[in-house]
Design a protein around this ligand. Structure first.
Ligand code: CTP
Length: 456
């Protein structure tokens, strides 16, 4: 529930003192320039929802200046940095925003203050990247995704009305939506303008335990049935950015523990169509995803081979026919190795199935094949393949790949062999014999080498 105390009180009770001091200082600097300063977005939403001090690390500020078309946001950030040389300053010219980063500061800890210049974004055509022009705070908030993200707190005193800072600006009913616990867009075209918002709606609804408001859900469904996929595929220079943002939204979702709930909601909304119209989660998909995550946890506990979000995303795209999964991976800007896995999984799986179905294949033959495959692909194969394949991969990961060699290069030298190219082959053959269980100790391994590679 939302407590209706003044925002000033909320800021004072919920934010650590040193952070408040920085925000006050930024507001004073803005005021000295004759600008208004607002706290907007996620921080306001989270402060209103919080019962305990929330762990906020990002503060989005908006400066409403005199509209000279110059970047007041960047100018203000520079003024702040002069007072706080310990903060890192980043300026993003294109969007007239600047960020100040405090990284493990002894007093302030790690947090970021983003300062943007009030802007309205007009969309020259649907699904395009926002173009930026200067405008006032109301318009700045109007271009945002949901009412709960379009609340602002004025940090500077109101000039005409002689009010203190701390006033909550709620133009679109965001406060009530927070109370009703619902995600609602500000206007009907929101999802057509920016399809990534479909994924954001689901992410916020799931994360906060909110509903997607009824009319908003209809807008989602309309956007999808109006062929949003085709729009996002169009040949225009804005699409790459859109696809990258879509990938980021998927990443945010799949990084969390609540991803299954979010994905079910996306499925229910037909939103997977945004990735590809033929993408449907088959019956087995959920079962396989539990396997893939369990194996990931066991065999790649530090996620060195692949992060969880990417593993789930690849597993998702693998529900498409092989010839479609790869192009989707390219449009989503997935890495070369991801693309490679999506391209090769089907044929690799077939080749392994063939090997496993031949009459009593030597374990070393199987192990050698598996040795060529990267761990992430092995996890996907284990989850998506049949039981025989899963057992072989299990054996490979747990046992064959862990075998301690009975002999090493120095042993071969001791036995009288000349170091060189051949060592690699000898050691590899020794490994194969161990996998097949024919060599179990050093003495037999030495005899085996001497027999296979007689010294002149
Ligand atoms: N935004 C938007 N449309 C998008 C992405 C972002 O309108 N496709 C707006 C939202 O209003 C949001 C703000 O930009 O409040 C900042 O975006 P982001 O940092 O992603 O959102 P937060 O609300 O801060 O979310 P989080 O708490 O997850 O950081």
């Amino acid at each position: 529930t939302v407590v209706r105390t003044s925002m000033q009180d909320r800021l004072q009770t919920l934010l650590p003192q040193p952070l408040q001091a920085v925000l006050t200082e930024v507001a004073q600097l803005a005021e000295q320039q004759g600008w208004q300063l607002y706290l907007v977005g996620g921080a306001v939403r989270d402060l209103l929802l919080a019962e305990q001090p929330p762990k906020l690390q990002e503060f989005d500020l908006v400066v409403d200046g005199v509209h000279t078309g110059e970047s007041e946001g960047a100018a203000l950030a520079q003024l702040v940095q002069q007072r706080h040389p310990e903060a890192q300053l980043q300026i993003f010219g294109q969007f007239q925003t600047a960020a100040l980063l405090w990284n493990q500061d002894p007093v302030l800890g790690t947090f970021a203050v983003d300062i943007a210049t009030a802007r309205s974004e007009f969309y020259p055509y649907p699904a395009a990247n926002p173009e930026v022009t200067a405008s006032s705070i109301r318009q700045d908030l109007y271009r945002r995704d949901f009412t709960i993200n379009a609340l602002a707190v004025r940090l500077t005193p109101h000039r005409q009305r002689q009010r203190q800072g701390g006033e909550l600006l709620d133009f679109f009913g965001g406060l009530e939506d927070l109370q009703q616990r619902q995600v609602r867009v500000l206007h009907p075209n929101s999802f057509i303008e920016d399809p990534t918002r479909i994924f954001r709606a689901v992410r916020f609804a799931t994360r906060l335990g909110f509903e997607i408001e009824g009319q908003t859900e209809r807008y989602v469904r309309n956007a999808i049935s109006s062929g949003i996929y085709q729009q996002t595929q169009g040949e225009n220079q804005k699409t790459p950015a859109l696809q990258a943002r879509l990938r980021n939204e998927l990443k945010y979702i799949f990084k969390t523990d609540y991803w299954p709930t979010a994905l079910k909601l996306l499925e229910n909304l037909d939103a997977l169509q945004c990735l590809h119209p033929q993408l449907n989660l088959g019956q087995n998909w959920w079962k396989q995803s539990r396997i893939v995550l369990r194996w990931h946890h066991s065999f790649d506990p530090e996620a060195k081979a692949i992060p969880q979000w990417l593993l789930i995303l690849e597993h998702l795209l693998l529900e498409l026919p092989p010839e479609l999964a790869h192009p989707v991976a390219i449009t989503l800007h997935l890495s070369e190795s991801s693309q490679q896995r999506l391209k090769t999984l089907a044929t690799t799986q077939q080749a392994l199935a063939q090997l496993l179905s031949s009459a009593e294949p030597r374990p070393s033959l199987i192990a050698r094949q598996l040795q060529q495959i990267d761990l992430a692909l092995l996890l996907l194969l284990a989850a998506r393949g049949d039981l025989a394949l899963r057992c072989s991969i299990w054996q490979y990961l747990n046992y064959w790949s862990q075998l301690k060699p009975l002999l090493n290069g120095s042993d071969l030298i001791r036995l009288g062999y000349q170091p060189g190219q051949q060592f690699k082959q000898m050691l590899s053959e020794l490994w194969a014999e161990m996998v097949d269980g024919t060599l179990r100790d050093r003495a037999t391994a030495e005899q085996w080498v001497q027999h296979q590679y007689p010294l002149m």
